[in-house]
Every structure is written in structure tokens, then in C-alpha cells.
Design a protein around this ligand. Structure first.
Ligand SMILES: [Zn+2]
Length: 423
């Protein structure tokens, strides 16, 4: 029975992978709709033949890796569960010390390590692909260091959550999901508050803008939107990537706008101001808080569904498998698997909300700077530097795109340009 289930799961994963291979490489048509051909959104007008080919090729492989990564993780947890590895980890934890308090941390360590090692090859493929296409400039030791930081932050976070969660499951078999959610509210806010000052600096260096002339222009713009100067930062990314980016992060007194140094190095001042104005919209309209609110609502639903599904699995299979008993730490792979599936299922909705905010930020930026030419060229540069697909296949857009596609973003600007030329 166990072996059969394992074979079915692997088979399902292979079929799923083949479907996406077919969808991305054969079915999806990278051609732009006719009405966009030859416009400024058409990559053929701003990429050379080689860049065009590379961006198509690179995006196709990246998209495939994206669709494989998460289901692969589900498969790993499923196999850990059905082949009794979860039992083994628990036994290792119990054999290694008589202090009961340490059993869960040790179990969690082995489980995290197993999942990490199983998914490491995919991460490495993704890194080396990005290196091959000259997007990533990161050395292997530096990449590995980031990976290890990832591992420990993940482990540390779950180390706080899991013991509490499993304690709640034992205390209240009917309401653990709700109490868990209540506790997750302050925890989430606390993590969001610490993110820019504790977690992000583990990966990169942050400092005030280096170019003082540019800083003056940026702060002038920030002033227009009532953003205090000490909330604008530059981050050292050139040693890791050729891509361009900027973002808003943190809450409360730690809220900040961060510009990658690659963006500052490679764009003109006008283009940078456009990017800055876009980020300012996120800041001013408090998109982070909307994001946190939406996330908390979804996680309430998600935890309830997890509770229902875990109970269902326990009732169906609990007799045969002690490892799916709710409240028994050995069911943790099941919990991780369900949460990961639900997150993936919710991603189209989350991305849709994000694309809505991003569209607003683009509009805000162009109305603030009133310079469509700089805006269009900066988006073209953005697409070029990251070999971004201007017009991705529909499923890619739905599951992967937190921003409108470059086709949509540049067309909007062209529209703006046309409208404002007339008056
Ligand atoms: Zn944005």
C-alpha cells in the first residue's frame, strides 16, 4: 500500500511536470497580439535578436522551474511521511537526549534538513541557470552563504511556531487553528517590523544613498509625498545580480523604500525618479498594511482548512498510520504539505491583488513625474536587465506575476503619452 502510494505520487508529479513542459515550450505562443506589434511594448523594438532569443529561452526554463518547485516540495513531504522518515526523525530526537523539551527542536531540525537537502538541487539549478544567462553575478560561496542563512531563518521561525502550534493541537482539538491564528497576528506584525533591520541585513548591506546629487533629487520628490528622508535606502546588490529593482518594506518606524544599487548605477536620473515615484505610491498608500491585512484574513481561512483536512486524513488513515495523528509531532510533514498546497492555490488571488496595487503605483508614478519617455525606457531597461518576458503565457501570469506584465505596463504609459500629447 505504502509503496503503491509512493509510486502514484511520483507518477503524478512526473505527469504534472510533463504537462507544464508541454504548456510552456509548445502550447504557449510567445508572439505579441497583433495590435501591440511594433509598439514600444514590443521587445523587438528594444532588444536585439540575441537578447530576444535569450529572454524567451531563459523565461521558459525559469517558468518550468517555478511550476516544478512547489509540487516537488509537496512530493518530498509526502514521501517523508509515507516512508516512515518522520518516525525515524522522532526516534532520533528521543534517543539523542532525555530532555523532553528538546525533542521537538531536534525533530524539526532533522525534518528541515531533509527537506532542505531534497530541494537543494532545484535551487542550485535555478542559481546556475541565472548565472549562465548573466543575470546572477553571485559567486558560489556567496550563494551558498545566502542559502544557509535561509535555512537557519526558516528553522528559527518554525522553532517558535511549531512547539506552540502542537501544544495548541493537544490542548484544543477543535479550536487550535483559531488560537494559532490569534497568536500569528502579533507574531506576523513583529516579524514585519524586524524584517528590514534584523533579517535583510543578514543578506546585504544597506546604507543611505551614496550619490548625494541624486539623493537631493530623490528626497525632493519624497518630500512632495511626505516621506521622511531617513526612510530611503540603497542596498548593495551589484555583487549578486545584474537585474534592477526597488521595493518598500517594513512597518511603523522601520518602514522604508529600498533602491538596489544596480538600479541607481544603470538608469538615468529621470528613470530613477520614475521608479522612486512608483515605490512612493506603495509607501503613501500603505500597500504593505493592506497586504498584511489580506494575508491575515487568508491565513485564518487557510488554518481552518488545514484543520479540516488534517482531521479528514486522520480519520481516513489514522488507524494504519500513527504519523498522521493531529497533535503528534510526526504529522508535521503533513501540516507543511497542506499549508504549502493552500499557499500555492491562493497565489492567483494574492498575485491579482498585488497586480492591482502595482498598476496603481505605475499610474501614480507617471502622474507624479509626467515623463512617459523616461518611464517607458526604464521599463524597457528593467525587462532587458532581467531578461523578463514581456508577454508571458496566461498560467505564468496568473501564478507568478505580482506585477502587471511589461506589455501592460508599457502600453499603459504609451496610452498616457498619447492622451497627454493631445492637450
Ligand atoms: Zn511596485
Amino acid at each position: 500500500m505504502v509503496r503503491k502510494l509512493g509510486v502514484y505520487a511520483v507518477l503524478a508529479f512526473v505527469l504534472y511536470g510533463l504537462f507544464f513542459y508541454w504548456y510552456l515550450f509548445h502550447f504557449a505562443d510567445p508572439k505579441l497580439p497583433f495590435e501591440f506589434q511594433g509598439t514600444k511594448a514590443d521587445p523587438a523594438t528594444f532588444l536585439n535578436g540575441r537578447e530576444l532569443m535569450l529572454s524567451e529561452e531563459y523565461s521558459e526554463i525559469r517558468n518550468l522551474l517555478f511550476f516544478l518547485a512547489e509540487p516537488f516540495e509537496w512530493l518530498v513531504y509526502f514521501l517523508i511521511l509515507i516512508f516512515g522518515l518522520s518516525n525515524v526523525f522522532k526516534r532520533w530526537a528521543e534517543d539523542s537526549t532525555k530532555y523532553k523539551l528538546l525533542h521537538t527542536p531536534i525533530y524539526l531540525f532533522w525534518l528541515s534538513l531533509a527537506a532542505y537537502i531534497a530541494t537543494l538541487p532545484l535551487s542550485y539549478i535555478s542559481y546556475s541557470l541565472s548565472k549562465t544567462y548573466h543575470i546572477s553575478t553571485q559567486t558560489f560561496p556567496s550563494w551558498m552563504k545566502d542559502e544557509l542563512i535561509d535555512f537557519w531563518i526558516n528553522y528559527g521561525t518554525w522553532l517558535v511556531i511549531v512547539p506552540v502550534l502542537y501544544w495548541l493541537m493537544k490542548k484544543s482539538t477543535k479550536r487550535w487553528w483559531f488560537y494559532g491564528w490569534l497568536l500569528s497576528v502579533p507574531f506576523t506584525l513583529f516579524m514585519m517590523f524586524l524584517q528590514p533591520v534584523i533579517i535583510d541585513p543578514l543578506y546585504n548591506d544597506f546604507y543611505p544613498l551614496k550619490n548625494k546629487e541624486l539623493e537631493a533629487k530623490i528626497l525632493q520628490l519624497a518630500d512632495k509625498a511626505d516621506i521622511p528622508a531617513q526612510h530611503v535606502f540603497e542596498v548593495d546588490m551589484a555583487e549578486k545580480t545584474n537585474a534592477l529593482n526597488a521595493y518598500v518594506t517594513g512597518i511603523g518606524s522601520n518602514a522604508r523604500i529600498v533602491l538596489w544599487d544596480t538600479t541607481l548605477n544603470r538608469l538615468t536620473d529621470e528613470q530613477i525618479l520614475l521608479i522612486m515615484a512608483h515605490e512612493m505610491c506603495h509607501y503613501v498608500e500603505k500597500h504593505i498594511y493592506w497586504g498584511i491585512g489580506g494575508y491575515l484574513l487568508l491565513s485564518l481561512l487557510g488554518l481552518y482548512l488545514t484543520y479540516r483536512i488534517m482531521n479528514w486524513v486522520q480519520n481516513r488513515l489514522g488507524k494504519e498510520w500513527k504519523t498522521v495523528k493531529v497533535g503528534d509531532i510526526r504529522s508535521l510533514p503533513l501540516f507543511f504539505m497542506i499549508v504549502s498546497i493552500l499557499l500555492f492555490a491562493a497565489s492567483p488571488l494574492v498575485n491579482l491583488a498585488s497586480r492591482y496595487q502595482e498598476t496603481r503605483a505605475d499610474r501614480y508614478a507617471i502622474e507624479m513625474t509626467k515623463n512617459p519617455e523616461a518611464a517607458i525606457t526604464s521599463f524597457q531597461e528593467l525587462a532587458k536587465s532581467g531578461l523578463t518576458q514581456v508577454h508571458p503565457p496566461l498560467l505564468v501570469k496568473i501564478f507568478r506575476y505580482t506585477h502587471p506584465t511589461m506589455l501592460e505596463r508599457i502600453s499603459m504609459l504609451e496610452q498616457y503619452e498619447i492622451e497627454h500629447r493631445q492637450d
